[in-house]
Design a protein around this ligand. Structure first.
Ligand code: TRP
Ligand code: SF4
Length: 341
C-alpha cells in the first residue's frame, strides 16, 4: 500500500441517491482496495446551514452510514467516523483561521454558489461558521493526514483553499503537513428525472439507494420524455428523453441500442420503455436494498461500526494534532502526563 491516504465524506442532510452512487460511492468502493481510506460523516459541516435543525442532522448520520455500507463501502477497509467526535478538528480549525483572510473566504466559488442557493437560511448576512467552513474542511482533511480527496468539481475550490492553508502553515511553522490533491470523479453529475442538471432532494427528482421497487416505478413513470411524442408511432428523439438517458446507465448496450432505434422509428411505446427501465433500476439496486434492510434491522451493528471507526480516527487525529502543536510551539508539557488532559 502506498503512503497516500484517501479522505472524503458527506454532509448528513439526507439519504444518498444514485447521483451520489455514480458520482462518488462507486469509486470509493474501488479506492478502498488500493489506499488507506477515511470517510467522515460531516455533521458539524451539515450544521453550518442546518443549525436550526439538529434532529435532521442527527437522524441522517445513520442513514448515510447505512447507504455507505449498502453500496459496498467496507468498514474493514474504510474508517468511517463522525466529524463532531474528533475535537482535534475544531482545534485545528482555530489554528488555521489565522492563516485565511475573510476576503479569500468570500471569494471562494463554492461558498459563493452555496450562499446564493441558501438565501432562505442566511438572507444577506452569512454566519461566521458558514463562511469559515472551508477552513474547517481543510482541518478535516489534514487532521487525518489525508492526501487524496475524491470529490466532485463543486469541491475543487475547497481543496484549493486547503492546499493554500497547508502551504502557508508549512512556510511559517515548518514542513509538517502534506498537501492534498483532489481526485475528480470521472463521471459528470447525473441529471435528475425531470431533466434538471442536478439530482437533489430539494428538487424532488432523485432516485434514492433506499427507494422501494414501487417508489422507483412511480418515479420512472413520471420522468420527462420527448415532449413531441404523443402517440407510439410518432418518431421520437431519445436525446431529449430522460428515460433514454437513464437506460444508458442501467440497461445493457443491446437494450440501449434497441431503445434508441425503436424510439426514433416510432416503434416503441413510452410506457413500455419506462417499465423496462424501472425494472432494470430495481434489479440494479436490489442487492443494496437487501443490505440496507439487514443493517436497518441490526442497529447494534451500525452503531458498532460508527464507534470503532470513530475511535480509530480519533487516535489518528491525536497523533497528528501533537505534531502540529509541537510545530506551533504549543507543546508545553510534552512527554509528561499533563501533555494532554
Ligand atoms: N463538503 C463535503 C460535501 O458537501 C463534505 C465534506 C466535509 C468533505 N469535510 C470533507 C469532503 C472533507 C471531503 C473532505 O459533501
Ligand atoms: Fe423516451 Fe423511450 Fe419514449 Fe423514446 S420511447 S421518448 S426513449 S421513453
Amino acid at each position: 500500500m502506498s503512503n497516500k491516504r484517501v479522505l472524503t465524506g458527506d454532509r448528513p442532510t439526507g439519504k444518498l441517491h444514485i447521483g451520489h452512487y455514480f458520482g462518488s460511492l462507486k469509486s470509493r468502493v474501488e479506492l478502498q482496495n488500493e489506499f488507506e481510506t477515511y470517510i467522515l460523516i460531516a455533521d458539524v459541516q451539515a450544521l453550518t446551514d442546518n443549525f436550526n435543525n439538529p434532529e435532521k442532522v442527527r437522524k441522517n448520520v445513520r442513514e448515510v452510514l447505512i447507504d455507505y455500507l449498502s453500496c459496498g463501502i467496507d468498514p474493514e477497509k474504510s474508517t468511517i467516523y463522525i466529524q463532531s467526535m474528533i475535537p482535534e478538528t475544531a482545534e485545528l480549525t482555530v489554528f488555521y483561521s489565522n492563516l485565511v483572510t475573510i476576503a479569500r473566504l468570500e471569494r471562494n466559488p463554492t461558498v459563493k454558489t452555496e450562499l446564493a442557493q441558501k438565501k432562505e437560511v442566511f438572507g444577506d448576512s452569512v454566519t461566521y461558521g458558514f463562511l469559515g467552513y472551508p477552513v474547517s474542511q481543510a482541518a478535516d482533511i489534514t487532521i487525518m493526514d489525508g492526501t487524496i480527496v475524491p470529490a466532485g468539481e463543486d469541491q475543487e475550490p475547497l481543496i484549493e483553499q486547503c492546499r493554500e492553508i497547508v502551504r502557508k502553515f508549512n512556510s511559517i511553522y515548518g514542513d509538517v503537513l502534506r498537501e492534498p490533491e483532489i481526485l475528480l470523479s470521472e463521471r459528470k453529475r447525473i441529471k435528475g428525472l425531470d431533466g434538471n442538471e442536478k439530482m437533489g432532494k430539494s428538487l424532488g427528482n432523485a432516485i434514492y439507494i433506499s427507494d422501494s421497487p414501487e417508489e422507483i416505478t412511480k418515479k420512472v413513470m413520471s420522468a420527462v420524455t420527448d415532449p413531441n411524442r404523443i402517440k407510439k408511432d410518432d418518431l421520437g428523439n431519445p436525446d431529449v428523453c430522460m428515460v433514454a438517458y437513464y437506460h444508458n446507465l442501467f440497461s445493457t448496450p443491446e437494450e440501449c441500442k434497441a431503445v434508441c432505434e425503436e424510439c426514433k422509428q416510432g416503434q416503441r411505446g413510452c410506457v413500455a420503455c419506462k417499465k423496462q427501465l424501472a425494472n432494470n433500476i430495481i434489479e440494479f439496486l436490489r442487492p443494496m436494498r437487501e443490505k440496507r434492510e439487514y443493517y436497518e434491522s441490526h442497529p447494534e451493528i451500525v452503531d458498532k461500526i460508527l464507534k470503532e471507526g470513530t475511535k480509530k480516527a480519533r487516535e489518528e487525529a491525536k497523533k497528528n494534532i501533537a505534531r502540529i502543536k509541537k510545530a506551533m510551539k504549543l507543546n508545553y508539557f510534552e512527554g509528561e502526563q499533563y501533555d494532554r488532559f
